[in-house]
Design a binder for this molecule. Structure first.
Ligand code: TZD
Ligand code: CA
Length: 528
């Protein structure tokens, strides 16, 4: 007899899934039993970290991240991370163990009550198979759901007694199936879009994370050059879809309604590729777009298309449509754009390093194809101004703004991209949400470089308190944390850097090592 266990591992193998990111409990042991030699298990010590690593891995590899969590408690711990994965269209197959079927009804300890409902609304599909025989089918369905456009996380709860049962004898069909997305535009739609761009007097491109996810960055470079159009990155950017030193690059759009409306004023056509319209943050009421500006958004996601408050939307394959436009849009007769002046090199400042200096030093010393993870919330704008990000897949940020993403995701990205060095720039506040990531990086020798920007405060919240005009708010400072000591506690090499020279030395040292390193930098906060 072929068991559900054997059939499921065969199915995962056939789908190219041989890494399991997990944190186990009793309900999961029968799934992990006789773990096949051609599979790798990556253990993380908190479920937010498990999903964060898998998310980074899935985004950087473009292949599904397979996760195994412990029942309701493990899933609950992962929900914050799931909010980011949901917003970044990250293809995650999240499985969780369930109590044995005979004891679910009496709600024995570690029962996942109403399991399929628990992760909603942050998954595309959620399910607990009605019988053991159905598990391979449900797993197959989960993988296809996660990887089909628009990609996203799915959830599967499996009672632990199912794994040793006999699989449906017809399960072999599942091992042969492929499900492909073919979301190209019709000729008429494409011709219309090309004509609208060709006839626009002053078009502008706004690019989002799904351009980078589709590896369509270079198509967008060609499109921008042919259109002679400025390029903005959509607000609250989780990825970098365009080279930041390209002459057409204008920067990151602010995350307020009125601010965006004003910045896009004067353009008759805004073409948004691969972003929601828009991921606003601070409430900045005003006009979405001013009179005379039209917007067309190309997105992989019908939900994004439907909820945009203005403009038209086309749901389709962002990469393919970008490639077709780059080929078919005629060269505009407008003058070629000139690059914005590069920012002045920053002075070190008094006792603590200015964040500008940290980014200038990184930009100078890090490899040109380094991959950056950002969770230093008050310095995001500086990072975008000062880092020369040239290649696709060079930048990742929490897509829902949930902290605790970047440290684990940096480990997952490094696993997916062993040829490129991953550098995670993390605030001292943010570092605490997923600090146990350091343990996984050490144990599996994943050579991510963690730079902790220690300014002793939740800097972004201090800035936001100013925006909201609220005073005397408690809980905004985080003094007294020694990150080098924490890193050493997890077995990681750690270096303190107090000035530019020490930071440069630490970076050279870290880059020469084939091991993870934490560099703690004392930085000036946003308010000095
Ligand atoms: N909890 C979670 C899971 N996500 C959040 N986004 C927050 C709390 C709220 N939050 C922000 O949005 S930014 C921020 C918090 C607490 C401060 C982060 O501080 P930091 O970076 O030290 O990491 P800066 O540069 O000092 O802001
Ligand atoms: Ca901070």
């Amino acid at each position: 007899m072929t068991t559900v266990h054997t059939t499921t591992y065969d199915l995962l193998r056939q789908q190219g899934i041989t890494t399991v990111f997990g944190n186990p409990g009793s309900n999961e042991l029968p799934f992990l039993k006789d773990f096949p030699a051609d599979f790798t298990y990556i253990l993380a010590l908190h479920e937010g970290v498990v999903v964060g690593i898998a998310d980074g891995y899935a985004q950087a590899s473009g292949t599904p991240g397979f996760v195994n969590l412990h029942s309701a408690a493990g899933t609950g711990n992962a929900m914050g991370a799931l909010s980011n994965a949901w917003n970044s269209h990250s293809p995650l197959v999240i499985t969780a163990g369930q109590q044995t079927r005979a004891m679910v009804g009496v709600e024995a300890l570690l029962t996942n009550v109403d399991a399929a409902n628990l992760p909603r609304p942050l998954v595309k599909w959620s399910y607990e198979p009605a019988s053991a025989q159905e598990v391979p089918h449900a797993m197959s369905r989960a993988i296809h759901m996660a990887t089909m456009a628009p990609r996203g996380p799915v959830y599967l709860s499996v009672p632990y007694d199912d794994w040793s049962k006999q699989a449906d004898p017809q399960s072999w069909h599942l091992l042969k199936r492929q499900v492909l997305s073919a979301g190209g535009p019709s000729e008429a739609l494409l011709a219309d879009l090309v004509a609208q761009l060709a006839n626009a007097r002053n078009p502008v491109l706004v690019l989002g994370p799904d351009v980078d996810a589709a590896n369509a960055n270079q198509h967008c470079v060609v499109l921008a050059e042919r259109l002679k159009a400025p390029v903005w990155v959509a607000p609250s950017a989780p990825r970098c879809p365009f080279p930041t030193r390209h002459p057409n690059f204008r920067g990151l759009l602010p995350a307020g309604i009125a601010a965006i409306g004003k910045l896009l004023e004067g353009h008759d056509l805004v073409l948004v590729l691969g972003a929601p319209v828009f991921r606003y943050h601070q409430y900045d009421p005003g006009q979405y777009l001013t009179e005379g500006t039209r917007l067309i958004a190309v997105t992989c996601d019908p939900l994004e298309a439907a909820r945009a408050p203005m403009g038209d939307a086309i749901v389709g394959d962002v990469g393919l449509i970008a490639a077709l436009l780059a080929k078919q849009v005629p060269e505009a007769t407008r003058p070629t754009l000139k690059a914005l002046p590069a920012p002045e090199p920053a002075e070190q400042g008094s006792s603590k390093l200015r964040p500008e200096v940290v980014f200038d030093t990184l930009d100078e010393i890090a490899p040109h194809d380094a991959i950056y993870l950002n969770e230093s919330t008050s310095t995001t704008a500086l990072m975008w101004q000062r880092l020369n990000m040239r290649h696709p897949g060079s930048y990742f940020f929490a897509a829902a703004g949930g902290l605790g993403f970047a440290m684990p995701a940096a480990v997952g990205v490094q696993l997916a991209q062993p040829e490129r060095r991953v550098i995670a720039v993390i605030g001292d506040g943010s570092a605490n949400y997923s600090i146990s990531t350091l343990w996984t990086a050490v144990q599996y020798n994943i050579p991510t470089i963690f730079i902790i920007m220690n300014n002793g405060t939740y800097g972004a919240l201090r800035w936001f308190a100013g925006v909201l005009e609220v005073e005397n708010v408690p809980g905004l400072d985080v003094p007294g944390i020694d990150f080098c000591a924490l890193a050493k506690g997890y077995g990681m090499h750690a270096i303190k850097a107090e000035n530019r020279d020490q930071l440069a030395g630490a970076l050279h040292q870290a880059l020469a090592l084939n091991a993870p390193v934490l560099i703690e930098v004392s930085t000036l906060g946003p308010l000095g």
